[in-house]
Design a protein. Structure first.
Length: 125
């Protein structure tokens, strides 16, 4: 059985991740401009560009999955949802470690916690 609370938590998590993914994608031009003026080797410039957009795509795809599961919770069990929540949780942990506390990391951690709790609430009968 899936509670309406788990659906609400997944919906909020999806909205946060979608917002973060879109904002991150829009910031790509600024990131490219910043590394263009650096003395980084070409490989690292290309890697940063790829990783930047990979992160945006991951957030948007995960948002779509959580949104889908909020609408159709029977498509995945609670443990699967909880495991998927580890993706933004791990990203947040790495951001805290390498950059420190700042809003994007807080949003990722919040989205991860909401999805993880939703996963714990989802039970199969």
């Amino acid at each position: 059985m899936t509670s309406s609370l788990s659906r609400l938590l997944l919906s909020i998590s999806a909205a946060l991740l979608l917002f973060g993914g879109v904002v991150h994608a829009f910031a790509f031009k600024k990131a490219v401009a910043a590394v263009a003026d650096s003395n980084l080797a070409a490989f690292y410039v290309k890697a940063l560009k790829g990783l930047w957009l990979i992160d945006s795509a991951t957030l948007i795809i995960l948002a779509c999955l959580f949104g889908l599961l909020a609408v159709r919770p029977a498509m995945a069990g609670g443990p699967v949802v909880a495991l998927m929540a580890l993706i933004p949780a791990a990203t947040a942990a790495l951001l805290y470690y390498f950059i420190g506390a700042f809003m994007p990391a807080h949003l990722l951690l919040t989205a991860a916690a909401l999805a993880f709790i939703a996963g714990l609430l989802i039970t199969r009968v």
